[in-house]
Design a protein around this ligand. Structure first.
Ligand code: GRF
Length: 198
């Protein structure tokens, strides 16, 4: 069984899109994969309730209760490892992870970032794309390495920047693409790792 653990901090719309795709596209039968748990650093993350309605286990590791990033990441890793994950998916998880955490899940830790990386790593990607006069923006799914918003690119989708766009309208258009791209990229990863099996 390939267990997938999804980490969120907020609304969890990407997580919900992944959960829906897993059900709709029968990831269990096709890849022997299931969403084993959703873990949040915030108890109030809206995505936790969505996960529960799909019968998925949830856990909260509140980062504010830990004195250091290392201590938080250690507790987070414990919550994640409880589900023996084949893949750890960052979906709107808004904490920078320590090299220790990233190294522990090397090759099985993926993230979605709302820009066409390597352009605009970090925050406020949509406003920065508009300010730079970009004609296209987009979204990237990538493997996580110790450098923030870097790492091998797994998939990208392009979205036009329209003349009247604000950061909010552009973000909405990009988010709709995120919901298509992330489940597809994960399914491709699962198919790839299944085909390497003896
Ligand atoms: C997404 O735009 C994601 O790319 C970014 O944060 C947003 C999270 O949205 N890092 P949601 O929690 O998946 O709804």
């Amino acid at each position: 069984m390939k267990n997938i653990v999804i980490l969120i901090s907020g609304g969890g719309s990407n997580m919900a899109a992944i959960v829906r795709a897993a059900e709709r596209d029968r990831w269990l039968e096709r890849f022997g994969a299931r969403i084993a748990a959703v873990v949040s650093n915030k108890a109030e993350a809206g995505g936790l309730a969505i996960a529960r309605t799909h019968g998925i286990e949830t856990a909260v590791v509140p980062h504010k209760e830990f004195a250091t990033r290392e201590a938080f990441d250690e507790a987070l890793a414990k919550a994640v490892d409880a589900h023996s994950p084949a893949l750890v998916v960052l979906a709107g998880f808004m904490r920078i992870l320590t090299p220790g955490f990233v190294g522990r899940y090397a090759g099985r830790l993926v993230n979605i970032h709302p820009s066409l990386l390597p352009a605009f790593p970090g925050l406020n990607t949509h406003q920065r794309a508009i300010d730079a006069g970009c004609k296209v923006a987009g979204v990237t799914v990538h493997q996580v390495t110790t450098e923030l918003d870097h790492g091998p690119i797994l998939a990208q989708a392009v979205v036009p920047v329209l003349p009247d766009d604000t950061a909010a309208t552009l973000a909405g258009r990009v988010l709709a693409q995120e919901h298509q791209l992330y489940p597809r990229a994960i399914a491709a990863w699962l198919a790839d790792t299944s085909s390497h099996k003896p």
